[in-house]
Design a protein around this ligand. Structure first.
Ligand code: RNT
Ligand code: ZN
Length: 419
């Protein structure tokens, strides 16, 4: 159990320690306060959504586990999301997929969705001081197959073009309603299990589809395009590879979405930030955690996350890098999965904001390379945790592990009753 007096005392000591290295802890907390994370709706219900005709999850992604308590209705997703917001500091965004529309029990196919199906979400978000982001949904549909926007079959391709255009229209209306641009992510699973004879063919088709989709210019939404290495059952070829979307993004000034689970395991996502910032307008992140593969484990405070956060902060790019979460774990309490992943992401950002960066840069400029290495190592064990606790206290949310009991209570009273 944490104690307020101790938190304040520890914070004051930490503040002094950081000040001796030229770091202003108050400023770091102010900066972190402004970072709105885009919280993915799909951890709440194992990427199921509310389509009446909804089938099983396809598209090369997979949720494992069957822990009780999955949200089954819009109201349950909303209630869980609100619970999560009470256990994390700051004001955030909520990221919807097209299959989460409020379809009122009707069958509305993907090429028929409209802003009206998302009005109740917009109102809910407004009431709860959240902003919305959006995603087109290419998976889990009878027409998904292995190819959607890259499909040589013209009727299937047209179906998905129509869907994606409508998603941009919906995003535009969301952006207008909330008076803040809605970011719409486009990820499609298109690919194949074996290497195709023509890798080029499908990429050409995808490019044409995207050109048509993006022909309409909007003011209140922003587009981002998400690449991937492989999907389950689609291991040998992904039409929308990183090279493909990087090229498309640079040429058309679209944001590229970097999902931290979508690269070779030894590839550094952090290292991509500074390059993308030079050639694309902004960046979207899907913070995830691959374990051996794109397994979408709950985000934890590991070296990769610390490196990525440091890079965003070192580039002074918190205003150009949008941070979304993307993982789905059904083996543990799902509210807990949200809270652990979100808080870990915020901790990584705070560590980055507390780095004695000015000193590191000056060592480097002076060729003092031992000094640079030494300070980088020492920075890892500076008392950032005292600042984190203070940040939680100021935000009136549980400090340290205190949120465990809140989630246990919510489980006992709410999620365990969902049978
Ligand atoms: C899949 C992508 C994509 C999805 C969500 C549900 O590998 O990461 O972002 O996780 O759209
Ligand atoms: Zn993703």
């Amino acid at each position: 159990m944490t104690n307020e007096k101790n938190i304040i005392e520890s914070y004051n000591l930490a503040k002094e320690r950081y000040a001796s290295l030229g770091v202003d802890t108050e400023k770091a907390m102010d900066q972190l306060q402004k970072v709105a994370l885009s919280i993915h709706c799909w951890q709440a219900d194992d990427v199921t959504g509310f389509e009446k005709s909804g089938g099983s999850l396809t598209g090369g992604i997979q949720v494992t586990g069957n822990y009780p308590g999955r949200a089954r209705t819009i109201d349950e997703v909303r209630a869980d999301a609100i619970k999560v917001t009470t256990l994390i500091p700051g004001k955030h965004r909520f990221n919807l997929h097209a299959i989460y529309g409020d379809f009122q029990g009707k069958v509305v196919d993907r090429n028929e969705i409209e802003p009206k199906h998302f009005i109740s979400w917009m109102e809910w978000a407004k009431e709860n001081d959240l902003k919305l982001d959006f995603n087109s949904t290419s998976f889990s549909h009878p027409k998904s197959g292995n190819l959607t926007l890259a499909n040589p079959d013209e009727s299937i391709r047209r179906f998905w073009i129509e869907h994606t255009k409508r998603c941009r229209w919906i995003s535009e209306e969301m952006g207008k309603f909330q008076n803040d641009p809605c970011i719409m992510n486009l990820w499609i699973h298109d690919g194949s299990k074996e290497v195709p004879a023509s890798r080029l063919k499908y990429r050409q088709i995808l490019k044409e589809s995207l050109d048509e989709i993006y022909a309409t210019k909007y003011q209140n939404m922003k587009d981002c395009i998400e690449a991937k290495l492989f999907g389950i059952g689609l291991e040998s070829y992904t039409v929308g590879s990183y090279d493909f979307y990087l090229g498309y993004g640079v040429k058309n000034q679209k944001m590229v979405t970097l999902d931290t689970g979508h690269f070779h395991l030894t590839e550094s996502i952090a290292d991509k930030i500074s390059s993308l910032l030079l050639f694309t307008p902004e960046i979207m992140l899907h913070v995830s955690r691959p374990v051996r593969w794109d397994s979408d484990h709950v985000v934890i405070l590991n070296d990769e996350l610390a490196d990525l956060s440091r890079e965003v902060v070192r580039c002074n790019a918190l205003n150009r890098v949008h941070i979304g979460l993307d993982y789905f774990d059904a083996t543990i309490n799902r509210i807990g999965a949200y809270v652990v992943g979100i808080r870990s992401t915020q901790k990584a950002l705070l560590q980055a904001l507390l780095e004695p960066y000015a000193k590191l840069v000056s060592y480097e400029a002076n060729g003092q390379l031992f000094q640079r290495l030494a300070l980088q190592e020492e920075a890892k064990s500076l008392p950032w945790n005292a600042v984190w606790d203070m940040f939680c206290l100021k935000n009136n949310v549980p400090v340290g592990e205190d949120y465990i009991k809140d989630i246990e209570k919510y489980e006992a009273e709410i999620t365990s009753k969902r049978v």
